[in-house]
Ligand binder design. Structure first.
Ligand code: AMP
Ligand code: ZN
Ligand code: FE
Ligand code: FE
Length: 293
C-alpha cells in the first residue's frame, strides 16, 4: 500500500513519481474556529508556501470552506473540504478530522448548529458559576473573544485575563475552569460512533487527529470498530518515534494516513510556518481512491 512510503525516501514508490513540489497540508484553522487568519489570507499563505493542496479543518465549523474553495481555484490550489470534530472517548476528549465531506450535508449542518448552541449554553453556565464565585465576568466579554468561532474555555480564559480577574491564562484553568474545577462545565458529548456516522453520511473519511501519547491500542481498536478510516501521522506534536509508531498501526489495521501542520495563523506558541508539516500527494490520492473508486 502506498501509505507505507515514508515521505518518498524509501519503499515501493519510485522517487520520480513524487514531485517534491507537490505537497499537501491537511490540517489548518481559520477565524471560523480558533485560527488567526481569514480564509483568504490562509489560502494566500499556503500558496506562497508552495502547497498544492490544502484542507481547512476548523473546529466544529465548515463556514470557511465555500470561499476557501473559490480562492483556491483562483490560485490553482485544491482545497479539500475538512472539519475537526470534538468527540468524547469515555472521559477523554479526542479530535476527529473529516475529509472530503459534503459540507452542505443537512444532517452535518444541523449537528454543527446544535453543538454550537450547546457550547453557548455551557459558556453561560460557566459564567454563572464564576459570578457565584464573585468573579464579575459577563458573557459579552466572552463572546467578544470568540468572534465568529464557537465559544469555548480558551475564550473564557482570555476574557478573565483581559478583565484582570486572573494574572495568567493558565490560572483560569488551574483555579476555575480546568476539568473538575469549581466553574467547570462539561460540553456536549458526541460519541465516536455518532461522529463517524455523521462523517460517512456526509460522504467523508474520518481520521483520529494528533493522537500524540494519549491513545491506547484498546481505544484505537474501539475507534476502528466504530468506523475510523485513518490516523493523522504527521503533526507537530509527533516526533519521529511517534510517527513510526502510528504508521505501524496504520499498516497493521489497514488504515489510511493523513497529516498536516495544525496551523492556527501563527497564534499558538507551537505554530510552525506553513509548508513544514506536509504529506506527499500520494497520501491524498490514496484517501481519494478509498472514496471514489
Ligand atoms: P473546550 O472545548 O471549551 O472544553 O476547551 C478545550 C480547550 O481548552 C483545549 O483545547 C485547550 O486549549 C484548553 N484547555 C483545557 N484544559 C486546559 C488546561 N488545563 N490548561 C490550559 N488550557 C486548557
Ligand atoms: Zn484549534
Ligand atoms: Fe486538534
Ligand atoms: Fe486542529
Amino acid at each position: 500500500m502506498s501509505q507505507k512510503v515514508e515521505s518518498g525516501n524509501k519503499g515501493d514508490v519510485p522517487q520520480s513519481s513524487l514531485s517534491s513540489a507537490s505537497r499537501a497540508d491537511l490540517h489548518t484553522h481559520t477565524t471560523h474556529s480558533d485560527g488567526a487568519l481569514v480564509p483568504y489570507d490562509l489560502i494566500q499563505r499556503a500558496h506562497s508556501a508552495g502547497l498544492e493542496v490544502l484542507s481547512i479543518t476548523d473546529h466544529d465549523n465548515v463556514g470557511a470552506l465555500d470561499e476557501a474553495i473559490e480562492w483556491g481555484k483562483g490560485l490553482g490550489m485544491e482545497v479539500i473540504t475538512g472539519l475537526e470534530l470534538s468527540v468524547s472517548l469515555g472521559e477523554k476528549d479526542v479530535h476527529v478530522l473529516a475529509y472530503f465531506i459534503d459540507h452542505r450535508n443537512q444532517d452535518l449542518l444541523d449537528y454543527l448548529t446544535f453543538f454550537r448552541r450547546e457550547r453557548l449554553k455551557r459558556a453561560e453556565r460557566i459564567v454563572q458559576k464564576l459570578n457565584k464565585l464573585n468573579i464579575p465576568l459577563n458573557l459579552e466579554a466572552v463572546l467578544e473573544q470568540a468572534g465568529i468561532g464557537s465559544v469555548g474555555r480558551p475564550h473564557i480564559a482570555n476574557a478573565l485575563l483581559d478583565g484582570k480577574h486572573i494574572a495568567t491564562y493558565h490560572e483560569a484553568f488551574e483555579k476555575f475552569i480546568g476539568n473538575g474545577g469549581p466553574a467547570f462545565e462539561k460540553k456536549y458529548q458526541l460519541s465516536p460512533a455518532d461522529a463517524f456516522k455523521l462523517i460517512t453520511k456526509a460522504g467523508g473519511l474520518s481520521f483520529l487527529a494528533h493522537p500524540g501519547k494519549y491513545i491506547s491500542e484498546l481505544d484505537l481498536s474501539q475507534l476502528i470498530k466504530n468506523g475510523l478510516d485513518g490516523i493523522e501521522v504527521i503533526h507537530p506534536a509527533h516526533d519521529e518515534k511517534l510517527k513510526e509508531y502510528y504508521r505501524g498501526l496504520v499498516n497493521q489495521y489497514f488504515l489510511l494516513e493523513s497529516g498536516g501542520s495544525d496551523f492556527h495563523g501563527g497564534k499558538k506558541n507551537d505554530d510552525y510556518a506553513l509548508g513544514v508539516f506536509t504529506v506527499p500527494m500520494h497520501i491524498v490520492e490514496t484517501m481519494r481512491s478509498r472514496l471514489f473508486t
